[in-house]
Design a protein around this ligand. Sequence first.
Ligand code: PLP
Length: 428
Amino acid sequence: MYDIQRVRDDFPILSRQVYNRPLVYLDNGATTQKPRCVVEAMVDEYYNVNANVHRGVHFLSQQATDLHEASREKVRTFINARSVNEIIFTRGTTESINLLAFSFGEAMVKEGDEVIVSAMEHHSNIVPWQMMCQRRGAQLKVIPMTDEGTLRVDALDELITDRTRIVCCTHVSNVLGTVNPVKDIIAKAHACGVPVLIDGAQSTPHFAVDVQNLDCDFFAFSGHKVYGPTGIGVLYGKEQWLDKLPPYQGGGEMIKNVSFERTTFNVLPYKFEAGTPDYVASHALATAIDYVSSLGMDNIYRHEQELTSYAVSRMREIDGMRIFGHCGGTVQPLNDASPDSSATAAVATAAATHDAVISFLVGDIHHLDMGTLLDRLGIAVRTGHHCAEPLMRRLGIEGTVRASFGLYNTKEEVDILVEGIKRVSKMF
Ligand code: PLP
């Protein structure tokens, strides 16, 4: 059973007050709070183990190296990669995508080639590709979206040409919560021999991801959105792809031999990890993975789906409420996950489902006013364009208020949000 009170007790910050009110933290899409075990893992490593990894013969260095490499193995199992050689530690999703866009562009993209992204990407899955396209003389193309916030996957049949080099798509929209049918997208791209990057920043916190099952070629996510620390993220890449790509940055760790005439590069994954890695953060990320795994990703998924359904139905009570995406307010029905098939399988097969994110506007109240006044009631939501300006333009708006749920949020908090929105609405 999912004991929400016990879960909440693991997160000290949740019991603090803001403006003399209990904190209602609904900004999990931006970053998640950290369970005690994650913070303790970092403190413990700094107090008892700290030493630079990989190049020390002494005890502490070897212990730190063991912890760091055990974390890589933990990440491998978390996303079910085939080998630890496919797990590259980065600073986060943004750096993972920049790494890939640079290396992939250098090796694979020529003038006149094409890169496809979707209409609902975060800036970090647009700008690195745009910069690379400008460097290489390539063109950026866009998978369109319906008014309801569903990607027009059928459009790929026309968009993919013999000049298409890669398709880049988010697993879950950080604005709309749409869970994209990435398996279909990957299958379509592969049928034309085109590799696919999936931005998993908003999927890994909410349901189990299996990169082998998805068959994606690359997958990126951030530690801080999965209850881990800031400053650590992951780029997964199939070994056969990573082998073909040149390094991103030069420096220590990523080399085999260096002379002034020539440098030879290290094996995977170190070829892509120049400099001292954040070995304390990698260990803490592994601790966060242990934490969410002990709760069970399927249990987290069910809990958050129930919460999102409840929130959508309660928010629809409010006069003037406009919820973006969410195709008429339905989220993935819970009973779609039969006892024999995991909730994750239900997500993978659904054409378009919705995750723990609700973007909304009420009447003509500006998103910033709504967010600021909710904050005064102790409710932390995000406002603005959510680093997705092209999506805002597509929706014909400047920004939204976004409530995003985590594994520790409760129906009582949804009620406080709904009452808060009603109260703010009355003021206008
Ligand atoms: N992609 C998506 C879908 C996101 O929601 C975010 C962050 O909000 C990112 C990428 C960037 O993540 P980070 O800032 O951790 O690199």
